[in-house]
Design a protein around this ligand. Structure first.
Ligand SMILES: Cc1cc2nc3c(=O)[nH]c(=O)nc-3n(C[C@H](O)[C@H](O)[C@H](O)COP(=O)(O)OP(=O)(O)OC[C@H]3O[C@@H](n4cnc5c(N)ncnc54)[C@H](O)[C@@H]3O)c2cc1C
Length: 402
């Protein structure tokens, strides 16, 4: 077997989080290897709805989301394409007075984060967005949020990382990780091997296995938002939309197609998901109420993806509490596309300067520590047998020191 390639950092996972981390590491002059099991952006990051919104996020995420907003604003300079990114506005509709009160409360609580939310009562909503269904009693508009094409944007981060000097590998399934007390040794099923003092666990819905290997089990489950796209329609919707309380979101692209999402699909296997008939019917039912111009539109394609959800719907982002050199960035709970570039940058800053500009405390993996989990960890992780639950997807195997 050939000698491992020596790098400063290995990033596992070529979604938007891992690829961004690789890009920012490479831009800082670090030797970095980005390893993706399938193709860059072929999972959540490339198949998501494309919402690039700050509005509606927990306040804890807004500093990171604000930084991401800056990166998105300069996207072409970072990744060489605008990825159809548009600051179209994000309109969050309320279907009841209670939901409108929640939007009012959010507007008050989130002041100071630069979103400049505009609250629209029923009359102002009708005047400004006449296509909105009567079921909407009001809305909150974030004029500077928007949407983008994930299939263009996410792989472009990996390509940009390569241009900046990262070594990037597709179909490079990391099958073994070990630590000898000094460095990580990372091997892929395809026979590649790397040594590095830093390892970034950006493996999306599959990241829990590596965390568990290093003594940090997390209660992550996989989720599968359902999506559909309609035939091209006359343009009527110039904002990306969502609904207070969830259930449906919709946007119209320049070609006229409307992209809609909502509800949950199901997993065919650990890496493949389908939207499911019930979720699609629910999207269509909600759509006609909220967006009457969609009545009679043909859905031409449906799909889903696999994303990691933690119980508090916050990501795990930052340093391992058990293994020096290990950083985690996963569990973005259906909203990591917008925030992903800033998450990747924060991880890169941790490697390059010891801390990120943004406080990552709310996202610490230690919030899941229990008495049982806080057992001392050795630098030679034992082989971990997955618990057998649906949400633990066994892709990594621990390996004793050579
Ligand atoms: C259908 C859907 C709609 C969504 N809509 C939105 C939205 O509108 N706005 C928004 O902000 N967010 C949205 N999200 C969430 C967003 O897409 C994710 O939070 C984000 O893409 C997560 O990025 P990631 O890099 O962490 O994960 P991923 O994109 O899943 O990337 C992780 C990568 O790790 C790789 N990997 C796993 N194990 C290994 C291994 N052993 N070796 C090598 N590689 C490995 C996987 O192949 C995968 O490519 C949506 C998600 C889905 C599924």
């Amino acid at each position: 077997m050939s000698q491992p390639v020596e790098v400063d950092a290995v990033v596992i996972g070529g979604g938007i989080v891992g690829a961004s981390a690789a890009l920012f590491l490479a831009l800082s002059g670090k030797r970095v290897a980005l390893l993706e099991r399938d193709f860059f952006g072929s999972h959540s990051s490339g198949v998501n709805y494309g919402g690039v919104r700050r509005q509606g996020r927990p306040l804890s995420q807004l500093p990171l989301s604000r930084r991401a907003h800056e990166i998105w604003g300069d996207l072409r300079a970072f990744i060489g394409t605008d990825g159809e990114y548009m600051r179209s506005g994000h309109l969050k509709l309320a279907r009841s007075d209670k939901d409108m009160a929640a939007l009012v409360a959010y507007e008050e609580a989130s002041r100071g984060f630069g979103m400049e939310l505009q609250l629209l009562d029923h009359a102002r909503l009708r005047a400004r967005f006449p296509w909105a269904g009567d079921v909407a009693v009001g809305a909150s508009l974030c004029a500077d949020d928007g949407h983008a094409n994930p299939r263009l944007v996410s792989p472009a981060f990996a390509v940009a990382a390569r241009r900046a000097g990262a070594q990037t590998f597709e179909q490079a399934h990391v099958s073994e990780v070990s630590h000898d007390g000094q460095t990580f040794l990372v091997r892929t099923a395809s026979g590649l091997s790397f040594r590095a003092p830093w390892l970034l666990n950006c493996a999306g819905a599959w990241a829990a296995q590596l965390a568990q290997q290093f003594g940090e089990p997390v209660p992550m489950r996989a989720g599968h938002p359902a999506m559909l796209v309609t035939e091209p329609l006359p343009m009527f919707m110039d904002v990306s939309t969502g609904v207070e309380g969830g259930g449906i979101y919709a946007r119209q692209v320049a070609r006229g197609n409307c992209v809609l999402g909502g509800g949950q699909g199901f997993a065919l296997d650990p890496a493949t998901a389908r939207p499911g008939q019930a979720a699609i019917l629910e999207i269509l039912r909600n759509a006609v109420e909220l967006y009457p111009p969609l009545a009679g539109a043909q859905a031409i394609r449906t799909w889903s993806g696999t994303e990691g959800y933690l119980p508090d719907r916050e990501p795990v982002l930052g340093a391992s509490s058990t293994q020096p050199g290990l950083l985690h960035g996963f569990g973005f709970a259906g909203s990591g596309f917008q925030i992903g570039p800033a998450a990747g940058e924060a991880l890169a800053q941790r490697v390059c300067v010891g801390a990120s500009n943004i406080d990552l405390t709310p996202f610490s993996i230690t919030r899941f520590q229990t008495h049982l989990q806080s057992q001392p960890h050795t630098s030679s992780p034992a082989i971990v047998v997955p618990s057998g639950t649906d949400n633990v997807i066994p892709l990594f195997r621990g390996r004793s020191n050579p």
